[in-house]
Design a protein around this ligand. Structure first.
Ligand code: NAD
Length: 504
């Protein structure tokens, strides 16, 4: 793709590591072409009926409508609060209620004065990029977020191709989702949206074709909707549970999957700490993003005696030098109905600081676990840590990477650091094929072995330190750790193409 405004696309920038590694291993030119662009780029639209909403009036408008008599709504759950201050008005609000509507305005004590806005059909842009499937079915997360694009999903789908190869799971790479701010829609609307997504995409999905999983803005509940929509009415539907992973354990999910990505981040940090003779007990950690990955990593590290000294998310940043009470923070963010945006902001057990100050907090380890391109050159200049463990996908820009290397801040690259999620997704898929249920101890023992072995191979390549497992990958000179990880991926993928050959 040609540069836009003098800047390369995210995809082109991300593919620089691919080309560097491909050059180093003298990759077969045909294989290189196969991997340079995705197999398929699906862009489609999903339409749903949205519900009526109560939209708060501005103070000026309120002044003009003071005489609207207060209404009483009996069914407490009939008004569903949204993060943008609106309420979804469910029809059951009318049952046994005493309501006055004047010129479309309603006054609800303790909630406010609202204009009733009619719902109706709304269309959303949806994506699924299937990057490569030479090593197994397409595999990758589903993201519901307002800032998604073809370029972003291409990058994330390619990352999955590298990650599944590095984790040695028999999958390829894919990524997709919907351009939407899910916090501004009701649970029922999100359910309908998910069902329509699968309705449209069903012919391209399957346990041996393309297997989605949760990512930003999605979770086990959404995976359950996807599974239901895919399997409903199918004669042998129990065989199809592996069509999505990241499901609730009660419906075929794996023990340990919910925390698997955070757990994998911690296994990599433990390996790094072992190599450097660094004690995790008492270590100071900063985390960006307190969703699935960030909060799981925080809980596990806290359990190992580390201190989580600062947490940033999209709505705020908190800081406590002695370490935050992680259990209380999880409660505040994830088990608090009033916290509609699931944010750390407003946590009473720590001080609020700016995002700018977050990056300057003195710590040992920084875990970016939010979105991509957060660690820019500027941010990398400010960081006062020894290690960046990339829980998020693509958190460091090319400039950020360069500055981290210049400042000798170690990096555990995303393709190994957050590979715990897809590794346990594979275990979930295996359990689904065999209708088995493994214990969490069994899952974690396998995960630990797999991640630590492959991270070890990556470090051997980076340091040009050939050992029994890494000899076939070392390139005769030291390379940066991100390139080393890509070498592992490309060698394993190339082997498939070269051994299987190409159908014409
Ligand atoms: P999530 O939706 O559960 O949480 C996302 C978190 O990021 C939230 O705390 C949100 O407030 C924060 N965030 C969003 N935008 C931000 C911004 N601009 N600045 C600061 N914080 C911001 O998502 P998740 O599943 O925890 O995923 C987080 C990252 O990890 C993503 O990059 C995802 O691709 C990656 N990842 C997730 C999994 C998984 O199993 N869920 C696996 C591998 C990689």
């Amino acid at each position: 793709m040609t540069p836009r405004n003098g800047r390369k696309s995210i995809y082109d920038e991300a593919m620089e590591t691919f080309h560097r590694a491909a050059d180093l291993i003298g990759m077969n030119p045909r294989v290189r072409l196969e991997l340079e662009e995705p197999d398929f780029e699906h862009i489609f639209y999903v339409t749903i009926e949205t519900r009526d909403r109560l939209v708060p009036l501005s103070s000026q408008e309120v002044a003009q409508v003071r005489d609207v008599r207060p209404s009483s709504v009996k069914a407490a759950d009939a008004l569903e609060p949204l993060a943008n201050g609106q309420f979804v008005l469910h029809r059951r609000a009318l049952l046994e209620s005493d309501i006055e509507l004047r010129h479309g305005v309603i006054n609800i004590p303790q909630k406010g004065i609202f204009r009733v806005q009619k719902g109706g059909p709304r269309k959303f842009k949806a994506y699924r990029i299937q990057h490569n499937q030479v090593r197994g079915p397409y595999k990758g997360g589903i993201r519901f977020h307002k800032d998604v694009s073809l370029d972003l999903f291409k990058t994330l789908a390619a990352d999955m191709t590298w990650k599944t190869a590095i984790a040695e799971v028999p999958f390829g790479g894919a990524k997709g989702g919907i351009k939407i701010d899910p916090f501004n829609y009701s649970r029922e609307e999100i359910e309908h949206l998910t069902l329509r997504y699968v309705y449209k995409f069903k012919k391209f999905m399957g346990p041996f074709l393309d297997i989605p999983a949760p990512d930003v803005g999605t979770n086990g509940e959404i995976m359950a909707y996807m599974m239901r929509q895919f399997t409903d009415g199918e004669r042998e539907h129990h065989k199809m549970r592996g069509v999505v992973t990241g499901k609730d354990v009660r419906i075929g999910g794996s023990e340990g999957r919910l925390k698997a990505t955070g757990q994998g981040v911690v296994y990599c940090i433990e390996e790094w700490a072992r190599e450097h003779g660094f004690a995790l007990k008492g270590a100071r950690v900063t985390i960006q993003g307190f969703g699935n990955v960030g909060s799981s990593a925080a809980e596990i590290l806290h359990g190992l005696g580390a201190r989580i000294v600062a947490v940033n998310d999209v709505n705020g940043t908190i800081h406590r030098d002695e370490g935050v009470d992680v259990a209380a923070l999880v409660q505040h963010v994830h088990h608090n109905a009033a916290n509609l945006r699931r944010t750390v902001a407003g946590f009473p057990g720590a001080a609020a600081i700016s995002k700018d100050d977050f990056w300057r907090v003195d710590a040992d380890i920084c875990i970016p676990a939010a979105l991509g391109e957060e660690i820019t050159g500027d941010v990398a200049e400010r960081l006062r840590v020894k290690l960046v463990a990339e829980g998020a996908n693509g958190p460091s820009t090319r400039d950020g990477d360069r500055v981290l290397a210049e400042r000798r801040i170690d990096v555990v690259p995303d393709v190994i650091c957050n590979a715990g999620g897809v590794t346990v997704s594979y275990y979930e898929w295996l359990q689904n094929q065999r209708l088995e249920h493994w214990t969490e101890a069994e899952v974690n023992a396998r995960l630990s072995l797999a991640l630590k072995k492959n991270y070890g191979i990556i470090l051997d390549i980076a340091r040009d330190r050939p050992q029994r497992e890494s000899r076939a990958y070392c390139v005769g000179r030291p390379v940066d750790v991100r390139t080393a990880a890509m070498i592992v991926a490309l060698k394993r993928i190339e082997a498939h193409y070269l051994l299987e050959g190409f159908s014409q």
